[in-house]
Ligand binder design. Structure first.
Ligand SMILES: Nc1ncnc2c1ncn2[C@@H]1O[C@H](COP(=O)(O)OP(=O)(O)OP(=O)(O)O)[C@@H](O)[C@H]1O
Length: 297
């Protein structure tokens, strides 16, 4: 990056649980000002961040830093795709899947210092029915949970876990037709998760083998679920063993197609999108520049 590099911080004031920390003030205090000239802007509404990010990319800013959870990261990154402008992340959500995958510290001060010492890599992104995603997308149960969570006033990990526990046995698998790696098959689908990064967030590893620079999409399919399987899956997610678990099937591919007769819910980076009967999911190799901590390649 040139010296000084021009940086726009985009803060989602609604993300994360309530905190009294003044993020703009911490940035002012800890950012290396001989390296960066910066400005701070705030989102006014959902869907504002892609415009603010694209505007910065069009003006030739060197980096745009998303301050928020994976929803904000998604919106900012969407505005930067295929541009020279790098994404930076100050994690402020409850899951922070992309930040965790990239080994960005969860603490605000440490994450700001990472911006001072980090370097840029180029990562893959993915799309589900033309919605870009950078961490995970999915159809079935995980999308259903994102839809209920979206309407929930309370946020945070505890609320999320309570919700999953309450709903996991009520949700029913659906029959789908899928095509992965030219192999077409019919299957029941409780959840089909598509992963660019290894985890949903909170160290729940839905795709432990995911490499964000390999040009491949990792797919995890759970056909049906009962209580024993649910407990086993949770254990495997938290211990990074899902790729070899009996309760799930794991694929690496570049492109997935899914069809259903009955509409099924889908999400991208944890944000509920809607329902559809056809899904086209693919990888966009090396499409986003990202600043990562020193030592991460
Ligand atoms: N000013 C705003 N007012 C209302 N919604 C906003 C605003 N700015 C952004 N959003 C929306 O907030 C959504 C959630 O943001 P984000 O994921 O960053 O936080 P979070 O939900 O608290 O984090 P997590 O997903 O980790 O729980 C985003 O998808 C975005 O569309």
């Amino acid at each position: 990056m040139p010296m000084p590099a021009y940086v726009r911080f985009i803060i989602n004031p609604t993300s994360g649980t309530k905190s009294r920390i003044d993020v703009a003030d911490r940035i002012e205090q800890l950012l290396n000002h001989s390296k960066y000239k910066h400005e701070v802007v705030y989102t006014d509404y959902a869907g504002h961040a892609p415009k603010l990010a694209k505007e910065a990319a069009d003006k030739g800013y060197d980096m745009v830093v998303a301050v928020g959870g994976d929803g904000t990261v998604n919106e900012v990154a969407r505005g930067l795709l295929y541009s020279e402008t790098a994404l930076g992340v100050l994690p402020k959500g409850s899951g922070n899947g992309l930040a965790r995958h990239l080994k960005i510290p969860m603490g605000l001060d440490a994450a700001i210092k990472t911006l001072n010492n980090g370097h840029i890599i180029t990562i893959d992104s993915c799309s589900i029915n033309d919605h870009p995603f950078f961490t995970t997308a999915g159809i079935g149960f995980d999308a259903y949970i994102s839809s209920v969570f979206a309407g929930n006033k309370k946020r945070g990990l505890k609320t999320y876990v309570e919700l999953v526990m309450k709903e996991v046995m009520n949700y029913k698998h659906m029959p789908v037709k899928a095509k992965i790696n030219d192999n077409a098959f019919e299957t029941d689908c409780y959840v089909m998760a598509f992963a660019n990064a290894a985890q949903y967030g909170n160290n729940a590893y839905i795709a432990p083998l995911a490499d964000i620079e390999d040009g491949l999409l990792d797919v995890c399919l759970v056909r049906k679920l009962d209580l024993v399987k649910a407990l086993h899956l949770s254990y495997c997610m938290l211990t990074k063993q899902l790729a070899n678990a009996d309760s799930a099937e794991y694929f690496k591919t570049t492109h997935v197609k899914v069809n259903t007769d009955t509409p099924i819910m889908y999400h991208a980076d944890g944000e509920f999108i809607g329902e559809a009967t056809e899904f086209d999911v693919h990888i966009n190799p090396l499409s986003l520049r990202v600043l990562v901590p020193a030592g991460m390649d």
